[in-house]
Design a protein around this ligand. Structure first.
Ligand code: ASP
Length: 344
């Protein structure tokens, strides 16, 4: 993988997978593993995605469905209080309240569920799944989402840790402006492909730190923070939601895969197109995508330096560096967008 700087695909390695350590010889063909098509495979955003992927793989190998596996991995990240951008321990909004967004999607039948701005519930991904499976609706928000969760047996919990309360108080005292791209947001988007070709995905976040109360980002919006198309592939996003949700970013990635682009190129082309439409320099957008196609090929692209993303399949688990896009990449590289080339 040309933008992979990690050891993972390069040599013999010892990898921790599914709770145990297994040795594996990485063959010559491994530099192209992102195009090799592994099943099952899990792909997720950021370094913390790796342990989530591994939890997903464990669940899958223990007999869970691909949907169960995706939910399990995301729940692990939601439970991690040291992660200040997802679930319990997430950074609060401007009013000091943790408001969470999540969605889940199952390829067969394009089933989906979502919650926006939910408070006091540690596992919004599981509430999103309950919305999908137990209601005739797709999305519940705010008070209604919490009420539904409590009716379903979820327990209420204060998700604001003392560390985050202290930081929020400092922020409020200093009346600092929220600067995107700093250490104040992130999301777990996790997509998975089963051996039989079934796709599923989920996305969960506490959103931008100190956001306006009621602000909902791209993460729970189907087609923006996540999209799963069981014929083609799945994509997920992380970064400044406002720069993703105006463009149906994840849906766009999947549509580029439908047109024949590789997952990595589909992510990159989506970013180029968003940058052209938005007009600002790519570096200022702070957007990142992961993608996985029906064949098990995967890839990612991000603005600026790019971003780390995690890939796990039996015998392999690692964090890779995405393709990085900056100002000079705003045009279509090598005429690889069939539609836009026709329009020129
Ligand atoms: N996309 C998330 C949001 O805008 C934040 C992130 O992924 O960094 O809420």
């Amino acid at each position: 993988m040309k933008h992979c700087t990690r050891r993972g695909f390069l040599s013999k390695g010892v990898m921790t997978v599914a709770g145990g350590v297994m040795s594996q010889t990485i063959t010559q063909s491994e530099p192209h593993a992102h195009l090799a098509g592994k099943r099952p495979v899990f792909v997720s955003t950021w370094n913390f995605g790796q342990t989530a992927n591994e939890a997903s793989l464990r669940k899958f190998e223990a007999g869970g469905s691909i949907l169960d596996a995706v939910e399990e991995g995301i729940r692990l990240t939601e439970s991690d209080q040291s992660n200040a951008s997802v679930g319990d321990g997430g950074k609060p909004n401007a009013a000091g309240k943790v408001q969470l967004d999540a969605c889940i999607m199952h390829g067969p039948g394009a089933k989906a569920g979502s919650v926006g701005g939910i408070e006091d519930i540690a596992h919004p991904i599981s509430v999103a799944r309950a919305v999908m499976e137990k209601t005739p609706h797709v999305m519940l928000v705010g008070e209604g989402a919490k009420k539904f969760a409590l009716e379903q047996g979820f327990t209420a919990k204060n998700l604001l840790t003392s560390k985050q309360r202290k930081e929020w108080r400092n922020w409020r005292r200093e009346k600092r402006k929220m600067e995107a791209g700093k250490d104040n947001h992130d999301t777990i988007a996790l997509v998975g492909l089963a051996k039989d070709g079934t796709l599923a995905g989920g996305c969960s976040t506490s959103g931008l730190a100190y956001k306006m109360p009621g602000r909902v980002g791209d993460s729970p919006i189907l087609g923006s923070g996540l999209y799963v198309d069981n014929e083609i592939g799945a994509a997920g996003a992380t970064g400044v939601g406002e720069n993703i949700m105006r463009f149906c970013g994840s849906f766009m990635v999947v549509e580029y895969m439908r047109q024949g682009l590789t997952p990595e190129e589909a992510c990159a082309e989506t970013i180029r197109r968003i940058a052209r439409l938005d007009g600002r320099p790519i570096e200022d957008l702070h957007i990142n995508f992961i993608a996985l196609d029906k064949k098990g090929r995967f890839g990612a692209a991000g603005t600026g330096q790019g971003f780390p993303y995690a890939v796990t399949y039996p015998g392999y688990s690692d964090v890779l560096q995405s393709k990085a896009l900056s100002r000079k990449h705003i045009g279509s590289e090598g005429g690889n967008d069939p539609i836009e080339d026709q329009l020129k």
